[in-house]
Design a protein around this ligand. Sequence first.
Ligand code: ATP
Ligand code: MG
Length: 296
Amino acid sequence: DSGRLPRLKIAMQKSGRLSDDTLKLLRACGVRFNLHEARLMAHAEDWPLDLLRVRDDDIPGLVMDGAADLGVVGENVLEEARLEREVAGSPAEYRLLRPLDFGHCRLSIAGRAEEDRAAPLDGKRIATSYPYLLRSWLKREGIQATPVMLTGSVEVAPRAGLADAICDLVSTGGTLEANGLREREVIFRSQAQLIARPGALDAGQQATLERLLRRLDGVQQARESKYIMLHAPVGRLEEVTALLPAAHPTVLRLGHTDAEVAVHAVSTENLFWETMEDLRELGCSNILVLPIEKML
Ligand code: ATP
Ligand code: MG
């Protein structure tokens, strides 16, 4: 009876680049929510889990202050908040639980496209929404530049004469190019992380978390795994299994012939085109590589 267990509060981005992937992942773990656009809180249907839907900038603080038990947030936002809180003397601790393999991006310094990429940054003004990450990188590199804080439209700052360069998130580089900018240096790489508040959870919450983590691991393992099926000539079976990136393939008789067998295998990696071609050279046919949905 989930109604009686102490509930676990998860902070996630309400609407933005991380929202869909976060919900998709929770759904893949069998957690279902009734979301109301206007509400901050959503309750899971069969789990003692609540969703707190907030701006991503608020997530690290909510978790570090213990207002939320868990959070899903980009490492860029997390590390920026940690540095800021450390300077301010506020609580800045959290536990990293799992990298989530979405929200991949990099925080990069970019200058005007027509400028020499190697020209020193000393004395330049760099517009950014990540002044703490930028300052810590500048300090590490021994560069004397001035961060200019902007919460948005960072990429137009050089054209507007507000800065000489920018330090902003990049995933494809399209936005930079559209603004006449060129990437110079990656200062931080990021993906979404599942984090937990510092301190022990209550026993019921801990049990819920462990169940969630087991399912998360199952989802991630399944995502990386493939189900491979093929028909192989009996005489080449050993060579065929040696090519497969799987430990113990299942070998099955075929109804219509004794010269060939069916080989099924769960592989923890994808099958490369090259391997598939090698398998065909050995006389294999009907080579199928299928995604796996769940694994336990
Ligand atoms: P909010 O309203 O919640 O504050 P936001 O505008 O700050 O939203 P988004 O643009 O939705 O944030 O990005 C959220 C996170 O997605 C980023 O902090 C980063 O971790 C990740 N991300 C992945 N790719 C990109 C990208 N190309 N540009 C910006 N963020 C990206
Ligand atoms: Mg934000």
